[in-house]
Design a protein. Structure first.
Length: 225
């Protein structure tokens, strides 16, 4: 999902959740470092990794799920530009991930209630765009899709911020059915599911610490310029 220019009620720009967490929380960085290392062993140079991962299976599967399946849009034919840069094997894996998602959706019985809504927490001054708010048989839940080799602890901070922000903006629509995080593998489209009824207060506290670090970083940075 491209970076979104969030603005508060005064027209001032505020940073988004993923930017705040990504810039100030290195949890999970070791796993990413090992992934870069594995790419190096395959002979892929660092500067080329981003070109390669721009067309990964997980990202395509994410797009098929959110932009087509959940919006009830017919999938384009194989020759469509959506599939440019993907091999037949990669496309097959992405469609396999889509199939896994549809089976999970049918089993757990939810329908999209809201998708990719841009919001701003006026109280805490940050932006958020949850992938999906799902309507389940007993209420609403946050549903987020991740592409990568794992679910990392930094993702929990992101979910805490989404959960808090949604309830601030939509106080009459509580997420009584918790938080679902679905992971789609970048390279093999494997599919895993995590669910929490609620998150401990430490998750929100950790996000707020990241936000505070983001606020004071310019002061520290100025000392070495």
């Amino acid at each position: 999902m491209p970076t979104i220019p969030y603005k508060n009620s005064f027209g001032q720009k505020v940073k988004g959740t993923t930017t705040i967490v990504g810039n100030n929380c290195a949890w999970g960085a070791r796993a990413l470092q090992w992934w870069y290392h594995s790419k190096g062993l395959q002979g892929i140079e660092y500067k080329d990794i981003f070109k390669e991962t721009g067309a990964d299976v997980g990202t395509l599967a994410h797009k098929l799920i959110t932009d087509y399946w959940l919006k009830q849009v017919i999938l384009p034919d194989h020759g469509d530009k959506l599939y440019e840069g993907f091999s037949e094997e990669q496309l097959s894996l992405a469609l396999q991930a889509l199939d896994s998602f549809t089976k999970w959706q049918n089993n757990i019985r939810f329908e999209p209630y809201a998708m990719e809504i841009n919001m701003v927490s006026e109280k805490y001054q940050y932006g958020l765009t949850p992938d999906i708010i799902g309507r389940f048989p007993d209420g609403l839940a946050l549903v987020d899709l991740k592409t990568g080799n794992g679910i990392y602890d930094s993702h929990v901070l992101q979910m805490a911020a989404y959960f808090q922000g949604w309830h601030e903006v939509h106080p009459d629509e509580p997420l009584t059915e918790g938080i679902h995080v679905l992971r789609i593998g970048k390279e093999n489209a494997n599919f895993t599911h995590h669910w929490w009824q609620s998150l401990p207060p430490e998750a929100w506290e950790a996000f707020m610490l990241c936000k505070r670090l983001d606020e004071i970083h310019p002061v520290i940075e100025a000392l070495i310029k």
